[in-house]
Design a protein around this ligand. Sequence first.
Ligand code: UDP
Length: 488
Amino acid sequence: KDEQQPLHILFFPFLAPGHLIPVADMAALFAARGVRCSILTTSANAAVIRSAVDRANDSFRGSGGGLAIDLVVVPFPDVGLPPGAESGTALSSQEDRDRFFLAIMRLREPFDRFLSENRADAVVVGSFFRWAAEAAAEHSVPHLGFLGTSVFARSCTNSVVCNNPMEAAPEDPDAVVTLPGLPHRVELRRSQMMDPKKRPDHWELLKSINSASQRSFGELFNSFHELEPDYVEHYRTTLGRRSWLVGPVALANKDAAVRGTSELSPDADGYLRWLDAKPHGSVVYVSFGTLSSFSPAEMRELARGLDLSGRNFVWVINGADADASEWMPEGFPQLISPRGERGLTIQGWAPQMLILNHPAVGGFVTHCGWNSTLEAVTAGVPLVTWPRYADQFYNEKLITEVLKVGVGVGSMDFASKLENRRVVIGGEVVAGAIGRVMGEGEEGEAIRKKAAELGAKARGALEKGGSSYDDVGRLMDELMARRSSFNV
Ligand code: UDP
């Protein structure tokens, strides 16, 4: 009988690690509830998530089931991009970005083919695939958007896109812009926001994502109700957007902490042994995700800041920032392993979930990418916020002003990778922010207490009867009901 067949969901994440990783985890989470999951992606992008998918399948097999997640790998469209440019991370020129955009358009073809050949009860698609809602409608499959950010940030974007508050604000980069219609007073500096006049293409993209989300079946969020209840209420009730919060997805399988080890991070054991030797809460972890790069001057100040903070540190250095001769301050090599004991630098992929959950880690200097933010919240680790672009300035507001689990370094410049126009943040400022979060004194204590409380709530959300557990169940019920009504 049809109702006895498990639900089948096709996931098609946007081509960047910050989207692929949570979607793979999300699929594991649905699979654990008996949903058949397929993830469609291209070969280089499959490599980023293959170990997470294998692990989900292993644990599923162990519990007596079949394959939990089917990875459907299609070739990356031939648009003249160099090998390795299969994700949005390695694009350094406008020409390459145009080519990447063309590839995104052409990926409709394998998506359509999959839906012609397989029956799916829903598609969960990266919202940057603008054609996906229409394609899903043609196949009569419910379309769920996934943008990989918080409900808070989506609410902020909605406010900005619908009201364009920058239009009336003075041109001064320091001018304060208030985002209308939100549950709290949210204010940003003009320089912290994307300027629609300078980036009309991005502005159009945000507008079209916004209107698509109103027409589709709904949206999935890697978040949980207790984290941002006022904004969930605002988004669902005031704005009327159907949405399900199913996170923190990084907890999808209990071994998720292992994510990113093995092939991606072969030296992970060594990093953890290094942490084992450090006192509880004494280490600050520093990482800016997969896309951010720093100028040599910024790197030098950050290195100085870590030195001045007096704390132990683990610093993940991106490939693009790796030429140490350009920035490393005098004396710094003596601080870091193997010559020194205070710091460890990681070049390449860090096992971030394992590091954040290590008891020695007591703070996280972050660019406020949503995955990193939520992973820290889940681990109960307080934050030093250093946003760079996209939703990161909104996430900083959520962290420092709404949740009060972090302190900012005062970064002011919204800059895409292509526009290098940032003010360099001094080492003293970095050290000061680390001290406020990790040091003695009332402020640090309050922040750490709040972070620990939120961590416990995050873990509770996915337990049986928790808010995210129930949202997954509600979505499954709706999809099953829809299938039955179609079959009448
Ligand atoms: N990540 C990791 N090791 C690294 C760099 C990143 O495990 O060395 C993971 C991190 O845990 C997070 C994701 O990659 O899940 C980055 O997503 P985020 O939203 O924080 O930032 P983005 O890279 O999208 O800017």
